[in-house]
Write a protein that binds this ligand. Structure first.
Ligand code: NAP
Length: 325
């Protein structure tokens, strides 16, 4: 699989697989099947995998750890701290927590659950307004000094927080939502990370499935999607215009909408590594097929010219308060 470089030199496969859907975040799929899928992804040449303490909490890291232990030296594992997880019970107490003691304890737990002595890329999952970014970056810097963490990342942080953290410990990657229907990072975040030499790992590159063209007003949505304004019936119907557009672009390349959505991200910057999720091998293969889809200047300008307006926010109101801080 093609490689890309993030930040100061973290080299990874040009696409990454997220394991969030393999656990409590959505309905619990078959554990053995998911472990097989992760290992098959490695066989296909992917070497960059994503999890987080909060997925489960903990169960997802346990699954990823088990799956990747036999191939640990071939892969890069990214995980995240930053939600207020009770370190004794694994219960999410609500809200965020990036206090230095919490970060250290979360990392010790992640190392055990992931069956490893180092985390390749450690992200702060959400900015904690109670803890200065300099303090967060300072703890991660120490963890890097101790060899427990190799690279530092942030997720959904605002430009000011990115600059503050980066001044203490260089940030290798920002993991934030960016896709054909979430273009907000283009205003301030992408110019900031480009200036600082930080890579981008866009999550939900398939719009949580919407951009694949497989979701419409008749689809029965899970609780997570039902809570998102842009998945409300009226918004979903209006937003189909974007799917029609990418379907038409895909027809020029014999590519599916999912492949166009990923190829569009890959075409934006050479330091973007899209992070998709799937529980199905045939979809994994379809998605990595995007690496062979080269969108032309005309394709890209046709997408801009269509000026498709997206209806509905990308998160419920409560969650929107936690992003861009
Ligand atoms: N940092 C953060 O705050 C944050 C937030 C959200 C996600 N993430 C990370 O990003 C990863 C990806 O996020 P995501 O799952 O929301 O993103 P996504 O890749 O945009 O969407 C995944 C959804 O699309 C479906 N899908 C995937 N490929 C498909 C295809 N070819 N055709 C039809 N449907 C397809 C999947 O269903 P099936 O599983 O049934 O195939 C799944 O429901 C997560 O696993 C997680 O690691 C991070």
């Amino acid at each position: 699989m093609q490689k890309r470089k993030l930040g100061q030199g973290l080299e990874v496969s040009a696409l990454s697989l997220g394991a969030m859907g393999y656990g409590k975040a959505r309905e619990l799929p078959d554990r053995a099947e998911m472990i097989t899928l992760l290992r098959t992804a490695v066989d296909r040449g992917m070497d960059f995998f994503d999890t987080a303490e909060v997925y489960g909490p903990w169960t997802n890291e346990l699954m990823v750890g088990e799956a990747l232990a036999p191939v640990r030296d071939k892969v890069k594992i990214a995980t995240k701290f930053g939600w207020n997880i009770d370190q004794a019970t694994g219960v999410h107490l609500g809200g965020v927590n990036s206090k230095p003691g919490q970060i250290r304890s979360a990392v010790e737990g992640s190392l055990k659950r992931l069956r490893t002595d180092h985390i390749d890329l450690l992200y702060q999952h959400r900015v904690d307004p109670e803890v200065p970014m300099e303090d967060v970056a300072g703890v991660v810097k120490d963890l890097i000094g101790e060899g427990k963490v190799l690279w530092f990342g942030l997720s959904e942080a605002g430009a000011g927080s990115i600059r503050q953290a980066h001044a203490v410990q260089p940030v290798a990657a920002l993991q934030s939502e960016y896709s054909l229907w979430t273009r907000e990072p283009e205003a301030e975040i992408i110019p900031t990370i480009e200036e600082l030499g930080i890579g981008l790992v866009p999550f939900s590159p398939l719009g949580k499935g919407f951009l694949t063209g497989k979701i419409d007003a008749t689809t029965e949505l899970d609780a997570m999607r039902s809570s998102i304004p842009r998945f409300a019936p009226d918004a979903l119907a209006a937003n189909q215009r974007l799917v029609e557009l990418i379907r038409a672009i895909g027809a020029r390349h014999n590519a599916t909408p999912a492949q166009v959505a990923l190829a569009w991200l890959l075409a934006q910057k050479p330091w973007i590594v899209p992070l998709f999720g799937t529980r199905k091998l045939e979809r994994f293969d379809e998605n990595i097929g995007s690496l062979d889809v080269r969108l032309t200047t005309e394709d890209l300008s046709d997408i801009e010219a269509a000026k498709v307006k997206i209806e509905g926010a990308r998160y419920p109101e409560e969650h929107m308060k936690l992003v861009g801080l």
